[in-house]
Ligand binder design. Structure first.
Ligand SMILES: O=P(O)(O)OC[C@H]1O[C@H](O)[C@H](O)[C@@H](O)[C@@H]1O
Length: 433
């Protein structure tokens, strides 16, 4: 990916970052890069994620997927990092695939049932993904999906792939039924695992090019260097951090392509769960261009000066002409295409924010294909690791998510947890209709 940080400079925006500040910050980037490189070389927890482009074995994934490579539908059962990376890839490339990829990453009963009732289970595959193998939502959904396959008279053991850790309930299940299984890579937190089996089994079932995904990521990995001025990923991570330090505590991720909408969801977990610690961290907002020009742009342009807007330009796309019209006021559209309209709106919105002194950054893809997606995923991961070094937080853990898990387990009779008792002690002030 290429990055244009021009509209984040203090000469354009407030908050903004002066060139002098960037030069000073670059010294911290150099130190951070040394730390990152040491972590990568030593295969340290978390930093190991940045080695995936040269560690993930696509042949291993292809072999595991072989028994279900003919699936008309793929049901991925996972949540958070065990679903969003895969969904980013298959949603971005859905037009290139004959396989419908569905992600059950919520336990909304009506939603789960509606998918299971409409999908062709006899020609579907199940992709169960969980690093821990103990995530309640994933295990609950797997049990429901398995039952649906059994009720449909489909042998789920012939249609299931498991990606999990060395041990745990899913590993036991895989061993017990001799299921095709892959290992979640050691030292790679879920939100950083898109470029491993965690994110790539679904891509393979859907017929996408794993080698190109990894090649694009590897090319991005080659850009990691000791200066933000030589590394797009570090430039993005450093400018995001610097703007947050100057009051832009919110980062709206706005891809200008429907195919990239899910990438904003993936980014939200990556950024929030990695940087949201010790009362620090920049709040990611999921948005979509051009659509959210008509819903959020008013706030971005005239609300509090507390936001960075990150535009993602998809590059080359297929296009479609806008037919001529006899409506005078709209005649100008008839000479254009939808792609030209989208591009004009993107550039106009970017300029609109700059004109109002609102910081924004542009991430640019050549096009939305496997190579460019690999580069985007890797680039944002590297940006996040760098930002974590600059914030001096523990980028790779997420202890704050455990409280609610314990409360949930206690509420369901899964053990004695004081967190569950706290639920019953909720302070109420009810205003009822
Ligand atoms: O892969 P799993 O162990 O099932 O975890 C799935 C997700 O849930 C955890 O609670 C964390 O919030 C995420 O970082 C993780 O990706």
């Amino acid at each position: 990916m290429n990055v244009d940080i021009g509209n984040a400079l203090a000469s354009v925006a407030s908050p903004g970052v002066s060139r002098e500040s960037l030069e000073r910050l670059d010294e911290q980037v150099a130190d951070a890069h040394d730390r990152i490189e040491r972590g990568m070389d030593a295969h340290e927890h978390g930093y190991e994620a940045l080695n995936l482009p040269v560690r993930t074995d696509p042949d291993e994934i292809r072999t595991a997927v072989e028994p279900v490579s003919d699936a008309d539908a793929l049901i991925t059962v996972g949540i958070g990092g065990s679903a969003l990376g895969a969904a980013t890839i298959t949603d971005a490339l859905a037009d290139e695939s004959d396989t419908e990829a569905v992600y059950l990453d919520n336990v909304d009963p009506e939603w789960v049932s509606s998918h299971l009732e409409r999908l062709p289970l006899e020609n579907a595959a199940i992709n169960v993904v969980s690093r821990s193998g103990t995530t309640a939502e994933t295990l609950a959904n797997f049990l429901v999906v398995r039952e649906a396959f059994e009720d449909a008279g489909v042998d789920w053991t012939e249609r299931t792939i498991v990606t999990t850790g060395e041990s745990g309930p899913l590993r036991d299940l895989s061993d017990r039924h001799d299921l095709p299984s892959l290992k979640v890579p050691d030292g790679v937190p879920g939100r950083f695992s898109a470029l491993s089996a965690v994110g790539m089994v679904a891509a393979e079932v859907c017929g996408h090019d794993l080698d190109a995904l990894l090649d694009g990521a590897a090319a991005e990995r080659e850009t990691l260097s000791g200066s933000l001025f030589d590394c797009p990923a570090y430039a993005y991570g450093a400018v995001s951090y610097a703007l947050d330090q100057r009051g832009a505590g919110i980062n709206a991720m706005v891809p200008y392509a429907e195919s990239l909408e899910t990438s904003a969801e993936w980014f939200a977990q990556l950024w929030a769960e990695s940087l949201g610690k010790d009362d620090l961290g920049q709040t990611p907002v999921r948005a979509l261009g051009v659509t959210d020009q008509h819903s959020q742009l008013q706030l971005y342009r005239a609300g509090p000066r507390d936001k960075l807007v990150t535009f993602v330009s998809p590059g080359e796309t297929d296009d479609r002409p806008i037919p001529d019209t006899d409506v005078d006021d709209l005649a100008y559209l008839g000479d254009a295409t939808l792609g030209e309209l989208l591009e004009a709106e993107f550039e106009a919105t970017e300029a609109s924010l700059a004109a109002a002194g609102r910081p924004n950054v542009r991430l640019e893809l050549e096009r939305v294909d496997e190579y460019e997606l690999g580069g985007l995923l890797y680039g944002l991961e590297a940006a996040c690791v760098l930002a974590g070094e600059l914030y001096a937080v523990n980028t790779f853990e997420q202890p704050a998510v455990e409280w609610a898990k314990k409360a949930t387990r206690g509420l369901l009779g899964g053990g004695e947890f004081e967190e569950a008792e706290a639920v019953a002690e909720k302070t109420e002030l009810r205003i009822e209709r």
